[in-house]
Structure formats: C-alpha cells, structure tokens
Ligand binder design. Sequence first.
Ligand code: SF4
Ligand code: SF4
Length: 447
Amino acid sequence: MWSARPVEGFFRRLRWAADGILIAILLVIPWVEINGEPLIRLDVPGRKFHVFGLVIFPQELYFLWLIVAGLALALFFFTALAGRLWCGWACPQTVLTDVYAMVGRWIQGWSRSGPPARVAAWRKIATHVVWMCFAALLGFHLVGYFVSPYALLSKAASGALTPTTTRFLLASTALAYLDLALVRQTFCKYLCPYARFQSVLFDRDTLVVGYDTKRGEPRGKRGSVVGDCVDCGLCVAVCPTGIDIRNGLQLECIACTQCIDACNAVMERLERPRNLIGYRSLVALERVRAVRILRPRVLMYGALLSAIVVAFVAAVVAREPLDLQVAHNPSLLFGSAADGRTSNAFILHIQNRDREDHDYRIRLEAPRGFELVTGVNPVRVQATSAFETRVFVLAEQDGEDSAHRAVTSGESKLGFVLERTDDPRQRVVRDITFLFAAGSSGGGSVH
Ligand code: SF4
Ligand code: SF4
C-alpha cells in the first residue's frame, strides 16, 4: 500500500518539475551522440567508457576514480549543506517510485482522502501491465548505457539480438519492475548504504525536514491545547516511508518534503502560520543561534572537491592523444629465427584517443644489431579506438657490434616508438628489455 495522495503545494509542484527533468535526462542520455560518440556509455565489448566527450580506456582508470571520488565528495558537500537533497530530489529510486505510485493511484481511482473502498480486479491488472511496460522502457534504457540503443533497436527489429543481450534486457526489466512496483521505499529504509552514513555528514546547521516542537506542542484538537499541531495525522499519511516527523529527525526520512506541503495546507485552512514542518536546520528549530553556512566540514568537503576537480582538469589537459603499451608475448617469450638470430615476440597495444582516424608508424630505437619485424606498418587505427598487433625483434648473436654484445654490456633496453605518419611530433616511446635464454652464446640469464 502506498502513502496517501500527496498534497499539492510549493514543494509538490517543484517535485513534478524535478521528476520530469530527471526522467527525461535518464531516458535521453543513452540516445545522445556527439560526432558519433555517445555522451555517456560504458562500452564493455569495446573496453572504453564515454563520459561527456572523454573516452576513457581501461589503462586510464584513474579518470574513473577521479569521477567517482568527485561525485562522492559533491554528495558529501551538498549533504552537509542541505541534507538529503540527493535522496529526496535526485535519486532515481525516489523519482521513479514517485511516478509509479502516481500512476497506480490514478489507475486505481484514489481520491484525495485515500484509496476507494474496493479496487476492481481489472484496475489492479491494468496497474501492473502499465508498470511492466514502463519497466521494459527503463530496462531498455538501462542496457542503453552499455550498448547503443540504436543498435539494440535495429537488432531487435531484425531478430538479431544475442542471447546475452536478451538476458540483460529481461533482467533489467524484471529488476526495474520488482524494485519500483514492489520494493519501493523499503529500499531506502533498509538497503540503501547512503542512508546509513548520512548522520556522519550532518551537523546541527545542516538543512533538514524538521517539525517545530516549540510551536507545535502540546498537540491536540483545535481549541483544546495551545500547540499549533492539531494532530490530524496528514503528515504521517503522506509520508512515503511511513514515519512521523514529529518524533524528530529519523534515518528513514528521505527529505521528500511531502509532509511540509501537507502540514502547510492544514495550517492555511486553520489560518495559522505555515512551516510548522519546514526545511531548516536544527539550530534554527531550537532557536539557539543564527545558522552558520561556512562550517569546518563544509569547507573541508569543498576543498577536497575543488582539489579533485583541479586534478581531473590537469589530467585531461596532460592527456596524450595516443598511447602505446608494449608487453612480451607470454606464449613466445624468446626463440631462434631461421638465420640463427634470437627473437623476442611482443604485443603492442595502440590507442588512438583522437576523434579522427590516424596512421601510426612503429619504429625501434635500440643498439645496433636489433631488427624490428612487423606485419602491417604503418597501421591505421580508428578514432577513439584501440588496436593490438604482434611484432618480433631479432637480435644478432655474433660479431663485434652484435646485439648480444649490447646485452652483455647492459644495453638490452629496446625503445618502441609510435608516431603519427602525418605529424611525427605526435609520438610516444615505450621501453622494454630484450630477453635471452640462459646459457645462449654470449648471453647470460634471462634479463
Ligand atoms: S518525514 Fe516528510 S520529508 Fe521525511 S520522508 Fe516522510 S514525508 Fe518525506
Ligand atoms: S500535518 Fe501538521 S497539524 Fe497535522 S499532524 Fe502533522 S504536524 Fe500536526
């Protein structure tokens, strides 16, 4: 059973606007592509993460770390300032549950005073059918954060969806339905980790939804007591988590402000001042002193958030438009070529982080006697893509200038150079050591 129908008021209207904007953002983002690049997508098969024009490769996970740390600190900062803004106004759980409840109440014919005495079976069935359709829409868009929704649609239309994609679509649809239709705010009360540590982020100056005890108590029927609360119970009836805010700040309160609108409507009818329940700090409620906005914890979270933002911007500015990783091929560390030279096999992982396709030349910077053997060179790598190729380096065994002599004199370091053919200034060099088998002529152990 849901809470009673919310009372229309300032916060309720604000909430409709916020819900609409957030749902639109959630559903639109997977479709947005700029110059062929998605706005936000965790492309697992392509092993890259698109976020607002930045394409992050697995080797650049520090970007993700900075983003996650920045979001967490922003959450801490705004929570210390204004309480559970996230829970009440931005969390998809709250926003979508609100919409599900609204649809359910509408189909089942709730009046302002509550549900009808009896809800017809067809209305109950219709409620769940609509919820499932909305869950399918949400599930599709959830998968759309991982796979292009355009590709999903065209594959679905041609019946070419893979079993894995189909399973993900069904699972995300089922998850959305179970969570929003059945679990609802129980998730906030018992499962959400954020609710558990919010008390650490609050202090007495933090804005919270609070009941003015000094003004409201003693509560009771109008005319029988001096307090302004007439104990109508409307604030409890509309609360989606079913708590009584008059008992003080509670873990379950998600700051949705529905009790504020409900109580303000009662106060208006009684021609009493509004905001018996309001959005204010505990010090304001207790009237002990003026509210302080700049407190040590707010300044500390703000400073840490600023540091993360600066670090992120610096990392983006310092980012090279190409990258090369070199590793020994583990299945063929070293061997002998037909002409007797020692060979090492390498795997080159080339990343083109630019938004255009480019040709890259692979070269070797090494002492005399080493030779690079490649297949295709230069190689073409598509925009914001990675390319992997396997190459060999051959080392002469004998002679005054042999590579082996370089090894024995401690110069077995190879430099792989990757440079753009049209602009050789765009280049990276990666060093790696050439390996010889222990006991081979002129060499020692594997280096
Ligand atoms: S107490 Fe008020 S603000 Fe808190 S969850 Fe209930 S209705 Fe929302
Ligand atoms: S809505 Fe206001 S008047 Fe009614 S019980 Fe709640 S606090 Fe009291």
